[in-house]
Design a protein around this ligand. Structure first.
Ligand code: ZN
Length: 461
């Protein structure tokens, strides 16, 4: 029996499987099947049983098999693949505990964490964003402007475009010419995981891999996002906006991609599961616009690199800084970073996760984990709430459901937000969906700050 500290929903999330906008029941939800879905959502994930099955192609399995199939590209589940999946999931979610680590010591690490230093990663990733073909396209720039960033912010943060249709140059590098002569049937037979990428994205990836290899003259081993196709280095190419993830010193240590198609979603750059690929670490992002950290700095922690960039761009207070985890469960490196920034004298870390932390039991749980990591590192913890009116709306909907089912209601707590959070947990425990956060325009801290600023502008006119 394998002991798992994570749920099948978390595995679906780290794989970036796109969820159908509305879950049909509390016990299961649908995602796009990576094998057969372009438009619909046919792969059912059963949360209660920890199983999945695509109603279209009938692929199915358990929690680990979801990862071995779509994260590692293994077609038939094996115990060995399952163990590898367990290691990777734990690493990506930060759920590995010490007891289990010692029992795992004997195994040879595969896809081990990058041993490159941050400045080595920065050299490679900075060269990647210098590739002329990846300059930021107009439509992406407009999207970024509409979120409240200025031209200067956009330039300073160095966002790039991974075009949907990447046009290869007429005069191709020799290695790319050579690659284009290869037979895909042969490649697929040797590396079935390649089927999870579109051919044109593989070509774009080979172009980028070859370009960097030629320019830097260093192998791309242990660089998250890169892997080998036959003898060629390839970048795990996903069209969208390329968002640099930076450490405290502004070095680019990974990327997130805001994908173009489908529901809004973000992918953390990783080439895990590919030949010579590397797991993308769950780094902690520091926006370029942050003031210098000092004893008076209050750090607000949010989720997603771009969100933190936007919030930091709105910030005029020299005592407020933003940092971001790359997903609500992506806390594996938070502990290390909190220890590192201790020397700057920072005392307080504020939870500024999206407001569904009070209406979504899974985000609420992640919130609790954050609190523990922050407090364990000796920081003062507080939680930032906003959107009182929207929370009142949720509360009244909650009360309707709860009173019609004769449930005990937390109404009289002195803190409205806390009351709603309690009720959410109660509803979840009894198998009812909590009414969703119904004010998307102020769900994230960045949205809230933008709305606030717009309202201020309006009233001053
Ligand atoms: Zn399918």
């Amino acid at each position: 029996m394998i002991d798992m500290d994570f749920t099948i929903s978390q595995v679906a999330d780290i794989l970036g499987l796109e969820r159908a906008p509305k879950a049909r029941s509390k016990n299961s939800f649908y995602v796009k099947c990576p094998i057969c879905d372009k438009d619909g959502y046919h792969l059912n994930i059963n949360i209660a049983k920890g199983t999945w099955r695509c109603v279209k192609c009938d692929e199915h399995g358990g929690t680990l098999a979801l990862y071995t199939r779509f994260g590692l590209g293994v077609e038939k589940y094996t115990k060995e693949a399952g163990r590898k999946a367990l290691r990777e999931i734990n690493k990506r979610l930060g759920t590995t505990d010490n007891v289990r680590q010692t029992t795992r010591k004997k195994e040879t690490p595969i896809d081990d964490t990058s041993h490159l230093t941050d400045s080595q990663l920065d050299t490679i990733y900075s060269s990647l964003i210098d590739i002329p073909k990846l300059s930021l396209r107009k439509e992406h720039k407009e999207k970024l402007l509409s979120r409240g960033l200025t031209e200067e912010d956009i330039q300073a943060n160095e966002y790039r475009t991974l075009p949907e249709l990447f046009s290869l140059p007429k005069k191709k590098p020799a290695a790319l010419e050579k690659f284009m002569d290869m037979d895909f049937d042969v490649l697929y037979a040797e590396q079935p995981e390649l089927k999870t990428m579109l051919k044109r994205n593989i070509y774009a990836g080979i172009y980028i891999g070859t370009y960097l290899y030629n320019h830097l003259n260093i192998p791309l081993d242990n660089v998250p996002g890169f892997f080998k196709v036959s003898d060629f280095w390839c970048f795990r190419y996903t069209p969208g906006i390329l968002i640099p993830v930076r450490n405290q010193y502004g070095e680019i240590v990974n990327f997130q991609v805001r994908t173009d198609s489908g529901r809004l979603r973000y992918i953390t750059n990783s080439s895990s599961g590919f030949n010579s690929g590397t797991v993308g670490q769950c780094r902690i992002h520091f926006p370029m616009n942050n003031p210098e950290l000092g004893p008076n700095t209050v750090i607000r922690l949010t989720e997603g690199a771009l969100k933190a960039d936007v919030a930091a761009a709105f910030n005029n207070n020299p005592n407020i800084a933003y940092i971001a985890i790359l997903g609500v469960s992506a806390t594996s490196m938070l502990d290390k970073v909190l220890k590192e920034i201790k020397s700057s004298g920072v005392k307080t870390i504020v939870n500024a996760l999206d407001m569904d932390k009070v209406t979504n039991p899974h985000v609420a749980k992640a919130s609790k984990t954050l609190r523990k990591i922050i407090k364990d590192n000796g920081y003062e913890y507080s939680c930032l709430y906003w959107g009182k009116q929207a929370v009142c709306d949720v509360l009244s909907k909650q009360l309707d459901i709860m009173s019609s089912h004769n449930m005990y209601v937390t109404l009289t707590s002195p803190n409205l937000f806390y009351a709603v959070e309690k009720n959410t947990q109660m509803l979840y425990k009894h198998g009812y969906d909590c009414p969703e956060w119904s004010a998307p325009e102020i769900k994230g801290i960045d949205d809230f700050l933008l709305t606030q600023r717009q309202n201020k502008n309006n009233s001053s006119i």
